[in-house]
Unconditional design. Structure first.
Lengths: 370, 566
């Protein structure tokens, strides 16, 4: 027989367990284990896992009133859980079949208004009762044991031997000496990493191209229209009122940055009005138009209190004074709402004179520069 | 040698034979036994993390169901479903499908609400779990890694929440999205670039719902799942911490074995959590998106609040003063940047680094497996309460408009109350907590030295009245106890040391004969080993024996009256 044939798994060889085979199986023969009781086997296994059962509080005595009562409780809980589960199935399947329809309509007060609550109630009850039953079972019927398990610190032996294996592998690879391989590996790793990241570049778009942040749909001669598309004439609004207007372009009323507030000031507001420098002629008579997009976080500023001339943003409570060029007077906003220059066209409808002269909406890094 | 069927100990039942067959192939008996025998300490506060885990399971189940019906598209469609008030309204396909699943899918509304409630409970249980870890010092070496993973998971769960509630594309979620857009824009230098990368252009574009969707259903959950696996593996590997108590050391774990007690309790908890979420999802309406209407950039409803876990950011944003920083060259750092990106970033960075910071400051680099009682680490506890005060105050400020409205307070006054409170209250909370911790520590020592106050007043021969104290252990000549504080709760009431009988079970009539209860009680020994159970510390304090507490420790020492305390 050659040496090759000695090896297990080849044509020949001795198929016997190696010297590291065994462990507890050597100490405990099948005969010895067979002679032990189940409890002893349990404790024996536990002790191999570093666990010692210190104390067992047995469950209630079999056949005792206490046990019968506990069994009844657990049994009833599980049964009720099953009942609720079946009721869920009946309601889910039966609605619209032998029960009234589950489709909810806004005037409905009957079955369909109870459909979702009933589903939740029954599923919730069913699941919660399963949980309660399990906890009752554990608390009332299972023996209560107190076990203690040893906690092992790291083993010095393991560290040293594992370290030797690792360092040995590294040493055999010769990477410490074979500098060319190390360097080419590092180069390759860097290149590969970068290459795999590159497709993310598809996400990047230049925000400064064409100034999308600084422009809106407003332009010279674009009419101010209501949400329904109807144009507005001076005199349509009561003094002191506010109307949200949009540019008369397709989908103008859902443009994220074009919404504008057209405000007709009361005479006393006009008297005390202090427009921003250079924007005195942006209004038209007693009408002024300001961007509705808050300069803080971009929410639509919506609440106009005409007695105090303040517009409030409901998101973070910035307040703007319409008589001072919509200057922020309270809250976290830092900039005035941009003012839209308006006039009326030949037919007497409000139009924009040109786009906003600054970016509407939240402040950003290079906003002042474009 | 091959095992024969007649070998002793081989199973004779079919189940047993099958088990042997399986183990012949997979060799799992050893690892399985080790798993079943693993000991878990028994304390309610160790279940908080499990609640988070189970909520996550519910989230995965309900969320997968919702994906069958949700269409993450911003394409304009006209609603034609069964909710009459919105019929004929133009809206995005996302909102349309969210309405369809609420009104036209059998049980869809229920599952949607289950998903939302589970999300709220998920974040809440993570936060409470984190507080438990923090205040008991469970993050100390060797568990810093798991603390870090936990903080990352908290941040991820917030991101899950944000991306999730943006999906229906209703008016409320659109308002949130607009603020997210503004926050991205506010980042100095790269803000607009980041915004254009996330939104694929200017706000709002047509891609954001689809992108949030894939992040919400694949990206973040996958990372979370991986982190949960690592979190649990490390937990199992390092074994659970435990509170100090009899027999508990740094080198053991005292509790129940996994099988069957702990497994049964944990499974029970899972069903209770699932059941509770289902009850909430069915009975308590949440986010009725059909009332908000489709998103329109020019509309908003008053009192738009985010889900509770984002409210602190809303609050900080409301309170932060209007301070744009204008740099030379007409560059601006927007005011919005500080209360959102910086505060949130600083809070989570501090949280993540806290174990390292504490290790540096206390120079405590030892491994700890026994938990600390919050009172024993007053600085950490006070810091924690301080941080919590800061957080809760910001959270309440996130609803300051609602408070102002309901309590008829000026909105501007609420803002100023918030601004002043967020600076003044945390230090006050620190000082008060510190005093409470010291007071509790002192009281523990006092009880250990002088005994439990029994409430029994005795008149001495000289006419002086004293309260009788029950010592907890042996006393010296002056009646002072010699027990040292061990980091475990000290009994403060006679009932805790056996002053009361065990309750006799049974609602209308006793189900156990009272005499047996007494016998059992005696056998229990109240924490003493069985052979000691006869000389209970407080036998003489029991009502059966006249209700006279012993005054000199053990009866064997003759019950000498305790010296009155000075």
């Amino acid at each position: 027989m050659t040496a090759r044939e000695d090896r297990p798994g080849s044509a020949g060889g001795h198929d016997v367990p190696g010297p590291h085979h065994g462990g507890p199986d050597d100490d405990y023969t099948p005969e010895r284990l067979a002679a032990m009781s189940r409890e002893d086997l349990d404790r024996l296994g536990a002790s191999y896992d570093g666990v010692e059962v210190l104390h067992v509080d047995p469950g209630p005595e079999p056949g005792s009133r206490l046990e019968k009562r506990a069994i009844r409780q657990v049994g009833v809980t599980f049964a009720l859980a099953g009942l609720a589960a079946f009721a869920f199935v009946v309601i889910y399947v039966g609605s619209g079949w032998f029960l009234p329809d589950w489709h909810w309509t806004i005037t409905e007060q009957g079955w369909s208004a109870f459909f979702t609550p009933l589903l939740g109630l029954l599923m919730g009850l069913s699941l919660a009762l399963v949980g309660i039953g399990l906890v009752l079972y554990t608390k009332k019927l299972l023996p209560h044991e107190t076990a203690v398990q040893d906690k092992h610190d790291g083993s010095h032996f393991d560290r040293v031997t594992t370290g030797a294996t690792l360092v040995g592998g590294l040493h055999n690879s010769g990477l410490a000496r074979r500098k060319l391989i190390t360097r080419s590996l590092a180069f390759m790793g860097g290149g590969l990493g970068l290459m795999l990241l590159m497709p993310l570049g598809g996400l990047i778009k230049n925000p400064n191209k064409g100034n999308p942040l600084g422009t809106t749909e407003w332009a010279k001669g674009v009419r101010l229209v209501r949400n329904d598309g109807s144009p507005i004439r001076p005199g349509d609004q009561e003094p002191g009122s506010l109307e949200t207007v949009f540019p008369a372009v397709p989908k103008g009323n859902v443009q994220p940055d074009a919404a504008t507030m057209l405000i007709r000031l009361r005479p006393e507001q006009v008297a005390e009005s202090q427009p921003r420098p250079g924007q005195a002629n942006f209004g038209y008579g007693e009408y002024v138009a300001y961007s509705k997009i808050c300069t803080h976080a971009g929410c639509p500023v919506s609440l106009y209190e005409q007695e105090t001339s303040r517009i409030l943003c409901p998101c973070h409570q910035s307040q703007f004074d319409v008589t001072q060029g919509a200057k922020p007077v309270f809250g976290p906003a830092t900039r005035s709402l941009p003012q839209l220059p308006i006039t009326v066209d030949d037919e007497g409808y409000f139009v924009a004179r040109h786009d906003y002269i600054e970016a509407v909406g939240p402040t950003y890094w290079n906003r002042e520069r474009i | 040698m091959a095992r024969t069927a007649t070998a002793p100990g081989t199973p004779t039942t079919r189940l047993g034979k099958a088990a042997f067959e399986i183990d012949d192939r997979l060799i799992v008996a050893g690892p399985l036994r080790r798993t079943l025998n693993k000991v878990f300490p028994d304390h309610w506060s160790f279940l908080l993390g499990e609640i988070a885990l189970y909520s996550f399971v519910v989230l995965l189940l309900s969320g997968t169901y919702l994906t069958f019906f949700f269409d993450a598209s911003m394409k304009e469609v006209v609603y034609n479903g069964s909710y009459a008030p919105l019929r004929g309204v133009e809206m995005s396909a996302a909102y349309d499908s969210a309405l369809q699943m609420s009104f036209d899918v059998r049980g869809g509304l229920f599952i949607r609400q289950v998903h939302h409630w589970a999300a709220l409970l998920f974040v809440a249980s993570i936060v409470v779990h984190l507080l438990r870890i923090f205040f008991t010092g469970a993050f100390r070496r060797p568990r810093e890694t798991n603390w870090l993973i936990g903080v990352v998971m908290l941040v991820l769960s917030l991101l899950m929440g944000v991306t999730g509630y943006s999906l229906p594309d209703d008016l409320l979620s659109g308002t949130g999205l607009r603020i997210i857009s503004a926050i991205l824009l506010s980042i100095p230098v790269v803000g607009t670039w980041v915004h254009f990368a996330v939104f694929n252009g200017d706000y709002v574009g047509e891609n954001i719902i689809g992108r949030f969707y894939i992040a919400h259903v694949l990206l973040f959950p996958a990372i979370l799942l991986g982190l949960i696996a690592v979190h649990l593996l490390i937990l199992v590997k390092q074994k659970h911490t435990q509170f100090a108590g009899p027999g508990r050391t740094e080198h053991n774990v005292v509790g129940n074995r996994l099988f069957p007690t702990f497994a049964a309790k944990a499974t029970g908890l899972f069903f209770v959590v699932f059941g509770l979420i289902a009850l909430l999802g069915g009975l308590v309406q949440i986010n009725p998106i059909w009332l908000w209407g489709p998103y329109n950039p020019s509309q908003v409803s008053a009192a738009s609040q985010p889900d509770w876990y984002i409210m602190f950011l809303d609050g900080s944003t409301r309170l932060f003063p209007a301070w744009d920083i204008n740099l030379p060259g007409s560059y601006t750092i927007p005011a919005l940047f500080w209360p959102t990106v910086v505060i949130a970033g600083a809070m989570f960075t501090l949280l993540a680094l806290y174990p390292m910071i504490e290790r540096k400051l206390t120079r405590d680099t030892a491994s700890h497996h026994l938990l600390q009682r919050p009172r024993d680490v007053p600085v950490r506890t006070s810091l924690g309460v301080m941080g919590l005060t800061f957080y809760v105050w910001l959270m309440m400020s996130g609803g300051n408009d609602v408070i102002a409205d309901k309590f008829q307070i000026s909105l501007n006054a609420m803002t100023w109350i918030g601004r002043i409170g967020v600076i003044v209250l945390p230090p006050i909370a620190y000082a008060i907590t510190y005093r409470i911790c010291l007071g509790l520590q002192m009281h523990d020592r006092q009880v250990l030295e002088h005994g439990i106050e029994t409430g029994v007043i005795r008149r001495l021969p000289n006419g002086e009245f004293i309260e009788v104290h029950q010592p907890l252990g042996p006393v010296d000549a002056h009646g002072h106890g010699s027990l040292a504080y061990g980091g475990a709760p000290v009994p403060k009431k006679m009932n805790q040391v056996g002053g009361a009988r065990r309750a006799i079970r049974g609602f209308f009539s006793p189900i156990e004969p009272p005499a047996r209860v007494e016998l059992e009680q005696r056998a229990e020994g109240r924490g003493l080993s069985p052979h000691e159970s006869d000389r209970e510390l407080t036998t003489s304090g029991r009502p059966t024996e006249g209700g006279r507490p012993s005054e000199g420790g053990r009866p064997s020492e003759g019950g000498r009256p305790q010296e009155p305390r000075d």
